[in-house]
Design a binder for this molecule. Structure first.
Ligand SMILES: *[C@@H]1O[C@H](CO)[C@@H](O)[C@H](O)[C@H]1NC(C)=O
Ligand SMILES: *[C@@H]1O[C@H](CO)[C@@H](O)[C@H](O)[C@H]1NC(C)=O
Ligand SMILES: *[C@@H]1O[C@H](CO)[C@@H](O)[C@H](O)[C@H]1NC(C)=O
Ligand SMILES: *[C@@H]1O[C@H](CO)[C@@H](O)[C@H](O)[C@H]1NC(C)=O
Length: 409
């Protein structure tokens, strides 16, 4: 019994099975790989560039301010440029980051019809100086990177070929109905670090291939409306969202990861995350007082720094299906108000559990903090476990009359 209870405290082993890596935020590389800077998703230019005419050396058509090595790339980054230089029509990748460019006009890309990717990040782009339709004729354009500029709106009339768009670190206040129209190939939209306070428009719903939406560090007070069915990664950390409508996620069955840490969630419908494919759920740094249903597919759950006083297993795991076990392997619950480590029932319900990070819990004023000793432990309940080794345990604490020994592993 004691051993079972102490199983709940794990801190030191975090590294051994690589679970700590999920602390990092990075939707852009393949799921679960090394974390990168969350607000800086790596910009990937298309790999499959057409190099058939690479052997031909063009030099005389390159703008004076820039550098064009033989091939299809033009480097104009870090040159204090105030405007976009002339771009030869063969160029496919254009690096314009770290300049002082404020304007994009209809003329800017007039000849640059081969462009597949433009990096305009870290400039001074102003919405009133970005002409509507400036990008419209670039029919091969797949990626536009405009993070760290002064945009207050999403530029209009982007070409329908666009797959990845980054507008992080601007001053965008809203998504208008006409924005992002016809972008049926868009898979990634990064709007983190802007001033968006709500998404009411139905415009996102029409992005039929959108897989990843990042809206972290904005001013959202409610869940964004009308997200498309295709969505797999949703990042809305650090907004001011206080609730989630009960049926909100029922229209988003493809979601693999939801990141909502640093919001104001207090009460959420118990079954709101009942999603068939959800693998990662981060609700850390909210105000949750109640546990909620854990879908079978979920592997990593972050609920640290909330107001949880207990983790009601009847709610988290209403029934156990031994042929279809819950996949949860990692849960982080530190900085709550838990009075006791997780019930042993947790390991029965979540037989794949590898780590529970219990850490320190918040304590009332005047109380001395109870530091839980990190323990080297091993979840008892696994496929290989000797059934004889599992002590008989009647689980009554949660209103379930539950006899461990009735279950086969
Ligand atoms: C576009 O190409 C034409 C013809 O080569 C040239 O005269 C013009 O200056 C170019 N404009 C820009 C903005 O590159
Ligand atoms: C685009 O510019 C940003 C700097 O703002 C840089 O981090 C990124 O690597 C650039 N992308 C490529 C493919 O060079
Ligand atoms: C939350 O977002 C604000 C900007 O809206 C930013 O200043 C702050 O650093 C962010 N906090 C966290 C924890 O990311
Ligand atoms: C757990 O939740 C169930 C269902 O809401 C409730 O009946 C039960 O009293 C709760 N148990 C505890 C210990 O809070």
């Amino acid at each position: 019994m004691d051993i079972l209870i102490k199983l709940s405290v794990i801190a030191l082993l975090c590294g051994t099975r690589g679970l700590c890596q999920y602390e990092g935020y990075d939707y852009d590389t393949s799921y679960g790989s090394e974390p990168n800077d969350p607000y800086h998703p790596p910009f990937q230019f298309p790999q499959s560039l057409d190099y058939s005419d690479q052997a031909i050396i063009y030099t005389n058509d390159c703008a004076r301010e820039c550098f064009c090595p033989p091939g299809l790339i033009m480097y104009c980054d870090n040159r204090k440029l105030k405007s976009i230089p002339q771009i030869p029509s063969r160029i496919q990748q254009l690096y314009l980051q770290f300049n002082d460019i404020e304007a994009v006009t209809m003329k800017s890309f007039i000849n640059a019809t081969s462009l597949k990717a433009i990096n305009l990040s870290h400039n001074k782009l102003k919405s009133n100086k970005v002409e509507g339709g400036a990008f419209a004729k670039l029919r091969k354009l797949e990626q536009i990177f405009m993070h760290h500029n002064d945009l207050v709106e999403i530029p209009s009339d982007l070409p329908s070929s666009v797959e990845r768009l980054s507008f992080a670190f601007n001053k965008i206040v809203r998504i208008n109905d006409r924005d992002l129209q016809g972008l049926v190939k868009l898979t990634m939209l990064d709007l983190c670090n802007n001033h968006i306070d709500n998404v009411k428009s139905k415009t996102l719903n029409k992005l039929a291939r959108l897989m990843q939406l990042n809206m972290c560090n904005n001013k959202l007070h409610s869940m964004p409306a009308s997200l498309p069915l295709s969505l797999m990664y949703l990042s809305i950390e650090n907004n001011s969202i206080s609730d989630i409508p009960e049926d909100y996620f029922t229209k988003l069955p493809n979601l693999l990861a939801i990141r909502m840490s640093h919001n104001n969630l207090e009460d959420i419908p118990t079954k709101v995350f009942n999603l068939p494919n959800l693998v990662e759920l981060n609700l850390g740094h909210n105000k949750l007082q109640q546990a909620f249903f854990i879908p079978r597919s979920l592997q990593h759950l972050y609920i640290q720094d909330n107001e949880l006083e207990s983790l009601n297993m009847t709610i988290m795991c209403p029934k156990i299906d031994h042929f279809n076990t819950n996949r949860l392997t990692y849960i982080r619950v530190d900085q709550n108000k838990l009075k006791a480590p997780l019930s042993t029932f947790a390991y029965l319900c979540f037989p794949n559990m590898q780590r529970i990070y219990y850490g320190e819990q918040k304590h009332a004023e005047g109380e001395t903090p109870k530091v839980q000793e990190p323990m080297l432990t091993h979840p008892l309940v696994s496929e290989e476990d000797d059934r004889e080794g599992i002590p008989e345990y009647r689980h009554q604490e949660y209103g379930v009359d539950y006899n461990v020994n009735d279950y086969s592993y």
